[in-house]
Design a protein around this ligand. Structure first.
Ligand SMILES: NC(=O)c1ccc[n+]([C@@H]2O[C@H](COP(=O)([O-])OP(=O)(O)OC[C@H]3O[C@@H](n4cnc5c(N)ncnc54)[C@H](O)[C@@H]3O)[C@@H](O)[C@H]2O)c1
Ligand SMILES: C[C@@H](O)[C@H](N)C(=O)O
Length: 375
């Protein structure tokens, strides 16, 4: 076969074959662009050539920003770096309040070309990757969780490496499993989670660390405990009960818990979680002896949480109707989280223990419900 025909056949096959991504169109663009897979050994340092300059304000993109955590993080980052320097993105439609409080953009993390366009057009320097399916919804839709949490992460890693971004990806207590030490769970130990969520998060930790040592990607990762917030709803996790109990306690004085009363899990108030995220993103690289850290604040059982709430709302009645799937997940997760390394390396310190958490949640939800009743 003439050389030209051979080349054109090979090129056609290469363009048709879904060898390195989720969607053929994205794959085509990605394979012929500058990609970590095409960087020859020894040329890693070039990734730093376009990296974030410490003297500039970062230009931040948050993926999956309309979930429990993204809007709060955007608010803090906008205070720090300016409203227009922080872009929220998601595949859902924002509320009018979110839409008018700063830049919002549609972004599906499975669409590589769209992601790249956003990063390039907005000169993004920091990427906070919040898109994910959480533990309970992930088990209910494994193939979607695999696509979003694993294929989506590959797009994010490649974009971040290609454009010299500082990348934050949260991991979770769910990245551990029944064979991990559970009380306490250190940073480095056996990780054999039994959920697609946990498997995808271990994958994210390892891939991020690999891209860091292989390509110089500035990857930073915190393993969050269950996060408790008053003004945003959790997105389908095992720790959701610890948010719902406050709303039901204020609204009806009754709560049906889907975990057993003695299920101990690490938890954190959202303000601590978001502050930790900004602190680790701002930490000097030399301070980070690892790229994935446990962070912790408190650990409690549903019974202990209910007792603390009953100090303020003594009539609260809690019943237990155990959800077998969620209970199985919770029983395989850490009971206490050891975050010694985060405290030592970059000065992590939580502000909220259980009593402050309960007081803050009840104040917030109580005042919201008074406003709702008055209007
Ligand atoms: N909330 C917690 O308790 C907790 C604890 C540990 C770790 N984390 C991690 O923090 C991150 C944020 O958590 P959260 O509670 O805000 O999650 P969430 O479930 O509330 O929100 C996730 C968001 O991702 C979006 N999303 C789904 N598919 C997408 C796609 N294809 N493209 C773009 N966006 C998509 C959803 O629309 C949703 O708004 C997640 O990675 C989660 O694993 C959360
Ligand atoms: C713990 C965390 O990752 C999430 N809240 C979940 O329960 O799935």
């Amino acid at each position: 076969m003439p050389v030209l025909r051979v080349l054109s056949t090979v090129a056609k096959q290469a363009l048709q074959a879904p060898v390195c991504g989720y969607q053929p169109l994205a794959v085509t663009a990605r394979c012929i662009s500058f990609s970590p897979r095409q960087v020859p050994p020894g040329s890693d340092a070039s990734f730093h050539s376009v990296s974030f300059s410490e003297t500039d304000h970062p230009k931040v993109l948050i993926t999956g920003g309309l979930g429990q955590l993204g809007v709060g993080l955007a608010k803090l980052l906008r205070k720090r770096f300016g409203k227009n320097n922080v872009i929220l993105s998601d595949i859902r439609k924002p509320s009018s309040h979110v839409f008018h409080s700063g830049p919002f953009i549609y972004s599906d993390i499975l669409d590589y070309k769209n992601l790249r366009e956003i990063v390039v057009n907005n000169r993004i320097t920091w990427l906070v990757h919040y898109s994910a399916l959480l533990s309970a919804v992930g088990e209910a839709n494994v193939s979607l969780a695999r696509a979003v949490n694993i294929t989506g992460l590959h797009n994010i890693l490649d974009i971040a490496a290609e454009h010299g971004l500082r990348l934050f990806v949260p991991s979770t207590i769910g990245a551990f499993g029944p064979t991990s030490p559970r009380n306490p769970t250190p940073d480095l130990c056996v990780q054999r989670p039994r959920t697609i969520y946990g498997v995808s998060k271990v994958h994210a930790e390892l891939m991020g660390e690999y891209y860091h040592q292989r390509y110089g990607l500035d990857f930073r990762c915190l393993r969050y405990p269950g996060i408790i917030s008053a003004d945003s709803q959790p997105g389908g996790g095992t720790t959701d009960y610890a948010v719902q109990i406050f709303h039901d306690a204020v609204k009806s004085g009754k709560f049906e818990c889907n975990l057993r009363q003695d299920t101990r899990l690490p938890m954190m108030y959202i303000d601590d979680c978001l502050r930790a995220t900004i602190e680790v993103m701002e930490a000097p690289a030399e301070a980070l002896t690892m790229r994935t850290y446990n962070i912790n604040a408190m650990s409690f059982t549903p019974e202990e949480l209910a007792q603390e709430i009953q100090k303020q709302l003594p009539d609260l009645q809690v019943t237990y109707e155990v959800d077998v799937m969620r209970q199985g997940i919770a029983d395989s997760w850490p009971m206490n989280f050891d975050d010694t390394n985060a405290r030592h390396d970059w000065g992590w310190k939580h502000d909220y223990d259980l009593p402050e958490l309960v007081q803050t949640m009840l104040n917030f939800i109580g005042s919201e419900s008074q406003i709702a009743q008055a209007t």
